[in-house]
Write a protein that binds this ligand. Sequence first.
Ligand SMILES: [Zn+2]
Length: 96
Amino acid sequence: METIINPKNKYQKVIITKKTCIVCGKEKSANSFYDHYSSADGKANECKKCKILLDKEYYRVKKEEKDILLKQSISRPLTDKENQFIADFIAKRSSQ
Ligand SMILES: [Zn+2]
């Protein structure tokens, strides 16, 4: 393979026309892959279609983690400081 620097993509050290996606295993044209700075061919290892699916899955997992953390933070017992704050709040309100 000839080494040519792509002026449109400075990270691309070799010009490729086709690449095999590591996720779906299908050979696709180079423009089916997003640009990626750390790979020799300047393209991501997974095709755009798979990347979108991976991102969706990533955010879904992240969202679930967030929901779990939120639930945990609500179901945990209140700290003394929080109990004090609530007691003060109620006392203040009832004195008005
Ligand atoms: Zn793919």
